[in-house]
Write a protein that binds this ligand. Structure first.
Ligand SMILES: Cc1cc2nc3c(=O)[nH]c(=O)nc-3n(C[C@H](O)[C@H](O)[C@H](O)COP(=O)(O)OP(=O)(O)OC[C@H]3O[C@@H](n4cnc5c(N)ncnc54)[C@H](O)[C@@H]3O)c2cc1C
Length: 487
């Protein structure tokens, strides 16, 4: 008899899980609350503009290609991913700019313009992050961390890679200049962590980018989701859209079936949750079955930052703006402390500006420009009232961008809308409205994260940002590779 597997949630992790199980000949159903797939990677279309809701920086594209190759299909017939030359433009309050890329000659030229002495440190940092990458990504990203003994065995290597240091501290041990420290340690922010507290193991992202480059999916990241949906349909995965799972029903800790928001039920041998693990354990399952250790683990979890994302289209084309721009505020560390520790807003913001039209004109009507700006904010543990604060942040970020990057912005905006942590909490069902599930700290990584194979329920599995190895598209795609090994 065929194994019947249900995947709850169709983000990148859920889709990858559905395909990997289908390749193992399971009968697979994937259920998504919204009318379109993608989760954080869904697409909003408004007035001729195409706004990718979330991921824009595509790294490790082979992990996407692999999903097509599982079924002997050529990815090029479904998606079109191409490398970018300039990866990020970093901009500082004093106007200093740094174009970050895989071109080492240009990188070193710019480093020497800021601080010549840091060239050697940069070279040594790259060498060290390669070591972290070899262990943390190549060796461990797609292996299960369900057993404590396996974690214990990894500890000596992780300690020799200085996992007890933060990414910022690791970078500071090689680099003297503060601007360069910020540039080379910002990577945890891409997966919801604070560079000042995230374990140095996440320094591996710096090397991962260098190894495989940074890519863009023509037509937007949404085109990758569209290609994967086509593949799922061709491979006879049942796709149910616009239905929320409200309950996972078990008997003696063995998963039996799920219940939908219309009270219908569906049974299965395995349930794979791409939905946020904290929210699943809190809302879809029964707390009565949790042992004290698990209750403690769940209670002590720290959540990633929230996100304010403002999507806008302009009638003016801002040709001098790169595809990805990161602007650092003056009080960078203080801003991050306010977000992660103090859970309060700070007007001295740092932000990321996305301009897909720099690479792909199809994202906006002719003669227009398409953007989103992402401002990290506290998650909903802050109890901030976004219905009043949302508009204030929108005005603050427009004002900032108008002064430094996009002159006359306000009068050129022709369409706009924004999302706050409330969207992540209410629409995407994430605990505390966090942008990236639980934080990527050492104390909540690998064995200490939510396990891919539930330690409480038989037949229950997790893929996606809240489980091993963690957030970001490469992370959640790797979590489906872990699943493939344990199911
Ligand atoms: C604004 C933003 C920018 C980002 N930029 C990048 C980037 O440039 N590069 C990168 O690699 N990563 C980026 N990330 C991170 C990356 O997008 C995420 O880590 C990844 O997409 C999360 O995928 P996931 O598989 O965990 O599922 P999610 O995308 O979180 O999807 C989970 C799905 O489950 C559904 N669901 C939840 N509960 C239920 C239920 N009860 N019933 C049915 N369905 C349910 C939700 O509706 C959702 O569709 C970004 C994230 C955000 C928010």
């Amino acid at each position: 008899m065929k194994m019947k597997s249900i995947v709850i949630g169709a983000g990148f992790g859920g889709i990858a899980a559905a395909l990997r199980l289908r390749a193992k000949k399971h009968q697979v159903t994937i259920i998504e609350k919204h009318n379109e797939l993608g989760g954080r990677a869904r697409v909003f279309k408004k007035n001729g503009f195409t706004f990718d809701a979330g991921p824009t920086v595509i790294t490790a594209p082979h992990l996407i290609n692999e999903l097509f190759e599982l079924f002997n299909k050529n990815p090029k017939n479904y998606i079109n991913i191409s490398p970018l030359n300039t990866w990020y433009r970093f901009v500082f309050e004093d106007g200093t700019k740094f174009d970050y890329s895989g071109n080492e000659k240009l990188m070193k030229k710019q480093i020497s313009e800021i601080n010549k002495e840091d060239i050697i440190g940069y070279e040594n940092l790259l060498k060290f992050t390669k070591k972290i990458f070899d262990k943390g990504f190549t060796e461990l990203a797609d292996v299960p961390f369900n057993k404590p003994l396996f974690m214990i065995k990894q500890l000596p290597a992780l300690l020799s890679l200085k996992s007890y240091k933060s990414v910022y501290n690791l970078v500071s041990s090689y680099i003297k200049n503060e601007k360069l420290k910020r540039i080379l340690s910002m990577h945890p922010l891409l997966v919801g962590g604070n560079p000042f507290t995230t374990t140095s193991i996440y320094g591996l992202i710096l090397y991962l980018e260098k190894k495989w480059g940074i890519h863009y999916s023509m037509g937007g990241t949404g085109q990758i989701i569209k290609g994967l949906e086509k593949l799922m349909t061709e491979e006879k995965i049942e796709i149910i859209k616009g239905r929320e799972v409200t309950n996972i029903i078990s008997e003696k800790n063995k998963i039996k079936k799920i219940k939908f928001d219309n009270n219908k039920e569906m049974d299965a041998n395995n349930i794979i949750c791409n939905a946020d693990p904290s929210a699943v354990y809190d809302n879809l399952l029964s707390e009565n079955n949790y042992n004290p250790l698990f209750k403690w683990k769940k209670r002590r979890m720290e959540y990633s930052m929230g996100l304010f994302v403002y999507y806008f289209g302009t009638k003016k084309v801002y040709n001098n703006i790169k595809h990805h721009t990161i602007v650092f505020g003056k009080k960078y560390e203080e801003h991050l402390n306010d977000i992660f520790q103090n859970k309060k807003l700070n007007n001295d913001i740092s932000y990321y500006l996305h301009r897909p039209t720099a690479t792909d004109k199809s994202m906006a009507p002719e003669g227009n420009d398409c953007f989103y700006v992402l401002v990290p904010v506290p998650n909903n543990q802050s109890r901030i009232n976004w219905s009043t604060e949302g508009n204030k942040i929108k005005n603050l970020v427009i004002e900032k961008m108008e002064k430094s990057l996009l002159p006359d912005l306000r009068k050129n905006i022709v369409t706009d809308f924004y999302l706050t942590p409330d969207y992540f909490e209410k629409e995407l069902n994430t605990k505390n409205g966090s942008g990236f599930s639980i934080q990527p700290k050492f104390s909540q990584s690998a064995y200490f994260r939510f396990h891919n194979k539930s330690e409480i329920y038989k037949g229950l599995y997790f893929v996606g940002a809240g489980t091993h190895p963690g957030a970001g598209v490469p992370g959640v795609l790797s979590s489906a590779k872990v699943l493939e090994k344990i199911i």
